[in-house]
Design a binder for this molecule. Structure first.
Ligand SMILES: Cc1cc2nc3c(=O)[nH]c(=O)nc-3n(C[C@H](O)[C@H](O)[C@H](O)COP(=O)(O)OP(=O)(O)OC[C@H]3O[C@@H](n4cnc5c(N)ncnc54)[C@H](O)[C@@H]3O)c2cc1C
Ligand code: SF4
Length: 566
């Protein structure tokens, strides 16, 4: 059969748009298939977009006009790292790092250099603009089109399956992000597990432009990127970020999924959900002062590949190439969370690999193998992030280091608590409801994109899906009530123990220990419930536990969450 397209690009995120734009400019017949109704409305980032990349694979090389035209928020003029303590006696301590700091010079942390083309972005606006650039150059874009699988002839990929029908092409470039099942279907990688992923949550907060300028000490149009770590993380490996947008603030965190799961399933007395950590950060005196009076506009969550653990060793097969997060091009080096420019670079590189193969008219694996060579800078940085992780993801960096630098006035400074933000005492069901009620969903009443073996999951002793789901699609049902966080169950048990002891008094430490043991027992015996309505397709539950427990697929025909910011 004659292929309808030279190339099908799956996904119109940064990798997909960069790939399609590069191909369309060279006159190839290319189509982007995007599951969302509007490119970007299902996507989440922090997000500092670094505009350059080595070897002319930066956005600035692809679209030199992007700084003037793209819906960017602010130009980042300063990257800062803060280690902060909790408040005690109306005081707190903090340590601000810059490139001259000892920890940076010793390689414990790296701070991104101000490259001159770094901007804060929100994905709904940015991805739409970028995908339309590819369309202007001649690419086709089909939205509300979920790719469900690969079409194959023998071993060769010859197109894709969608709910609207099959589409043929010479080559498929998979840019569908971290949850891509296509790389598994092509035999390039096994199903990703928690040790190969980061998990991220984020709030977008409304703060008027003048207030952003004055609080962050920047001029109109200028922005600041802050990375933070400290006690608020409760020992979870990862860090937080605050990025200034024009009249909003992006505040969130990226953590190792394994480390998060360990905390919220076994040691959940202070942290029952990652949202607890984010709220603790927002209540930290240094941060509370910056965001005081702001209004929450959006709560979002997404996964990112821990690329040094999952980058594709072979990013091509017969008729098939992979770019962006699906490839594993994201890196986290020190405080730098860096995925979008690598998605763009690898998208351009995949296009280049196709263009190279087209000269021979053959699209077998042998002809596409040149992609490995073109990808060298991506593999180099992924390897570097792996080396960096020995330090930056070790307990030395996220636990011991903050203790050391905050212990003495030689390294850290003292601040007065100016703004108090009381901890929200409501349970996770109520607090997360505040976030999901702000989200728009195009609900699919007929199709559950995630199939859960509730009976099998109920038999699991630690039921990690429940606390890990950022939007409470999973809950446990016990005789004590319905819980979305094991910390809430722990608090219930602790209060019960205390009230049962009543006037007799008792040992507080002993109560806490008994409440924790009782909660673990309750979790083990509880039944699990699942409701997909609030799902934001972060991909987490699909990565936890065996595939026959939770079978994760993408929503169809544009259904699902529709972020306003992303
Ligand atoms: C909390 C958080 C903070 C981050 N901070 C930063 C940061 O500050 N700077 C930075 O550079 N990076 C950051 N990242 C990482 C960055 O967002 C990603 O690396 C980047 O978005 C990857 O781009 P991509 O094009 O490969 O994939 P994606 O952006 O995930 O795009 C994939 C596209 O494919 C579509 N799609 C998926 N499946 C299908 C299907 N089956 N059929 C059709 N379409 C499909 C999706 O809807 C989407 O549009 C952050 C990520 C998170 C979660
Ligand atoms: S149901 Fe699964 S994919 Fe959806 S938001 Fe919850 S954890 Fe993420």
């Amino acid at each position: 059969m004659q292929p309808e397209f030279d190339v099908i690009v799956v996904g119109a995120g940064p990798a997909g748009a960069a790939s399609a734009l590069t191909l369309a400019r060279k006159g190839f017949n290319v189509i982007m298939l995007e599951k969302a109704k509007i490119p970007g409305e299902r996507n989440v980032t922090g997000g500092v977009l670094y505009g350059d990349f080595s070897g002319k694979y930066g956005l600035i090389d692809l679209l030199p006009e992007f700084e003037a035209e793209a819906p960017v928020e602010r130009k980042v003029v300063s990257h800062e790292v803060y280690v902060v303590s909790n408040a005690r006696d109306n005081k707190y301590r903090y340590y601000k790092m810059n490139r001259g700091s000892a920890a940076v010079r010793m390689g414990i942390f790296s701070i991104p250099p101000e490259g001159g083309h770094d901007y804060t972005v929100l994905r709904r606006g940015f991805d739409r603009w970028f995908a339309l650039k590819a369309v202007e150059a001649g690419a086709m874009l089909s939205t509300s089109t979920t790719v469900e699988g690969l079409l194959k002839e023998g071993n060769a990929v010859v197109g894709v399956r969608t709910p609207q029908g099959d589409i043929n092409s010479k080559v498929v470039i998979d840019c569908s992000g971290v949850t891509s099942p296509l790389v598994e279907e092509a035999g390039l990688r096994e199903h990703l597990g928690p040790s190969q992923l980061y998990h991220g949550v984020k709030h977008v907060l409304k703060l008027d432009e003048e207030t952003v300028n004055s609080r962050f000490g920047v001029k109109k149009g200028e922005g600041k990127a802050m990375a933070l770590l400290g006690e608020f993380m409760d020992g979870i490996s990862g860090g937080a970020f605050i990025y200034t947008n024009r009249d909003t603030i992006s505040i969130g965190m990226v953590v190792s999924m394994n480390s998060m799961l360990k905390k919220i399933t076994t040691d959940f007395t202070d942290t029952g959900k990652l949202l607890d950590v984010l709220e603790r950060l927002e209540g930290n005196p240094l941060v509370a002062e910056l965001i005081d009076g702001s209004e929450m506009l959006e709560y979002s969550a997404h996964n990112i590949p821990k690329s040094y653990k999952c980058v594709l060793k072979r990013p091509y097969a017969d008729g098939f190439l992979v770019a962006g997060d699906a490839l594993g091009s994201f890196v986290k080096i020190g405080s730098m969370i860096d995925g979008m420019r690598r998605a763009i670079a690898s998208g351009m590189m995949a296009a280049e690999a196709f263009i190279g193969a087209s000269a021979s008219g053959s699209y077998g694996a042998g002809s596409l193998a040149g992609y490995m060579d073109i990808l060298k800078p991506i593999y180099r940085d992924v390897a570097r992030s792996g080396r960096d992780s020995f330090v930056s993801e070790s307990s030395l960096a996220y636990s011991l280091f903050p203790k050391l630098v905050l212990a003495t006035g030689l390294t850290s400074k003292e601040g007065d608590v100016k703004v108090m933000k009381p901890i929200d005492q409501r349970d996770a069901i109520q607090r997360i409801q505040d976030g999901t009620s702000l989200l728009n969903y195009d609900e699919d009443k007929d199709y559950a994109h995630i199939k859960v073996n509730a009976e099998g999951c109920s038999r699991a002793l630690d039921k990690p899906w429940v606390p890990a789901c950022p939007v409470n699609c999973y809950t446990i049902l016990t005789s004590k009530g319905v819980f979305a966080s094991f910390k809430d169950l722990y608090i219930y048990n602790l209060r019960k123990l205390e009230s049962d002891a009543g006037a007799k008094g008792g040992n507080e430490k002993n109560f806490r220990y008994r409440a924790l043991l009782q909660s673990r027992k309750d979790v083990a015996l509880a039944g699990l419930r699942f409701d997909w309505v609030a799902c934001v397709e972060c991909g987490t539950c699909g990565a936890i536990g065996p595939k026959d427990m939770v079978d994760f697929h993408s929503e169809k025909n544009g259904h699902g969450v529709r972020y306003k910011f992303g």
